[in-house]
Design a protein around this ligand. Structure first.
Ligand code: PLP
Length: 431
């Protein structure tokens, strides 16, 4: 395989595929769903990044969520540089970890104690183990379309009928590992009630993205989350909010503050690391006391609470607490989706969009979807054409129709207007 292309992206992609499966270190970075060559990024600043050909893009992925204050924010970079100069990793406790735990507990009241880890996958996987350890039960409930990282028991697709246990979505996951995972429809209260009615006393936990961002953006209804809270309490199951994506993204207190619903455990990631590997899970002190070294649930990590990563996270958490931060972020996301919707309408393209805080969804369908099934019914071919049209114009959206988008505090009015000007051209071509 040799390319005749002179594009550095093509040349690097070809080279990457020789030593890395598919040329990428996380599947979502490949352009498998939309076709074409992934862009190899050389640097980023504010709302922009530049590829290996020197082309500038307005970035609406933000590293899939972490870059909420914009890329290479001077305060975050300085915190990282200062921390790095003091040493990269000690394998012994530090003051920074205490400060980060205190900050998270202050900002997310349902968390009294927290354990720092290095990825969202570790956070949700450990939260599940804690829920199972604390309840002595095996079964877990998740919802179709919600992604909670790549731990075995969470890589499950729905079974063929309602209330069936799932099948592995990945080769290498034994059926035995997922036989305790029940997959239900998002936003379906009746189905959730049926599940608890028939097997409530064996369910260890329910895990949910309270604002879903891995099947495009889909909001949970207040009734759905309310029913979940009530049923978990009635049946002694642990309610886990996976706020790895929506935490510190839809608002300072996350989705739980937005909906006024208190989970038993919360998983966090992305924003709390500000672009470095920090994630966390936490809840009541009573529940968290089940964790080793004081409890029987084991979990550990060589780089957990890494001092450089924690410094990036703390600098980011300081910035998002500036007055008006989330109001501005929400307003900018709102302007983007309103502008895109108007541009599509003007061109006669079936399209709608939604945003919650700094997250947004774009749908090539008549109505904003409320479930995985509704989301999958959207026009994927049209999305792909839109994606590539926008990419050519220098606007980088997520390379798949089922991903949410993210704005940062650096996406000011001029950046949004530049995006909308490009969208008007692209929608006109799609019509
Ligand atoms: N949970 C949610 C809601 C996520 O969006 C993600 C990643 O996108 C994860 C968990 C897994 O996090 P990580 O990729 O850091 O392992």
């Amino acid at each position: 395989m040799t390319t005749a292309s002179t594009s550095q992206n093509d040349i690097l992609f070809e080279r990457a595929q020789l030593t890395t499966p598919g040329g990428v270190n996380s599947p979502v970075r490949a352009f498998k769903s939309v076709g074409g060559t992934p862009r190899f990024i050389t640097r980023a600043e504010g709302p922009y990044f530049w590829d290996a050909d020197g082309k500038r893009y307005i970035d609406y992925i933000g590293s899939w969520g972490p870059a909420i204050v914009g890329h290479a924010h001077p305060q975050v970079v300085k915190a990282v540089q200062d921390a790095a100069a003091r040493g990269l990793s000690f394998g012994a406790p530090t003051l920074g970890e205490i400060e980060m735990a205190e900050e998270i507990c202050k900002l997310v009241p349902s968390i009294e104690q927290v354990r720092l880890v290095s990825s969202g996958t570790e956070a949700t996987m450990s939260a599940l183990r804690l829920a199972r350890g604390a309840t002595g039960r095996d079964k877990i409930v998740k919802f179709e379309g919600c992604y909670h990282g790549h731990a075995d028991s969470l890589l499950v697709k729905a079974g063929s009928g309602l209330l069936t246990f799932g099948n592995p979505t990945s080769a290498g996951v034994p059926e035995d590992f997922v036989k305790h995972t029940l997959v239900l429809d998002y936003n379906n209260v009746a189905q959730l009630e049926d599940a608890f009615e028939s097997m409530g006393d064996t369910i260890a936990c329910v895990i949910v993205e309270p604002v879903a961002g891995n099947m495009n953006l889909i909001r949970a209804t207040p009734e759905f989350l309310g029913a979940m809270r009530r049923l978990c309490t009635e049946h002694g199951a642990v309610l886990i909010f996976d706020e790895v994506m929506c935490g510190f993204r839809v608002g300072l207190g996350g989705a739980q503050e937005l909906y006024g619903i208190t989970p038993d455990l919360t998983a966090l990631g992305k924003v709390i690391g500000g672009g470095m590997p920090v994630a966390a899970f936490g809840g009541s002190a009573q529940l968290m006391h089940n964790m080793a070294p004081i409890g029987a649930v084991y979990q550990a990590g060589t780089l957990s609470g890494n001092p450089v990563a924690v410094a990036a996270g703390m600098a980011t958490l300081a910035l998002v607490q500036q007055p008006g931060f989330y109001e501005k972020l929400s307003a900018q996301a709102g302007k983007l989706v309103a502008g895109l919707t108007a541009a599509a309408k003007e061109a006669g393209v079936t399209f709608c969009a939604d945003s919650v805080g700094g997250m947004f969804g774009m749908y090539f369908s008549q109505n904003v979807p409320a479930s995985y099934g509704q989301m999958m019914a959207g026009d994927k071919t049209r999305f792909n054409a839109f994606f590539h049209g926008m990419l050519d114009e220098g606007v980088y959206f997520a390379p798949a129709a089922f991903e949410a988008g993210f704005v940062s505090a650096m996406h000011d009015d001029a950046v949004i207007e530049e995006t909308l000007a490009a969208a008007r051209k692209v929608f006109a071509r799609l019509a």
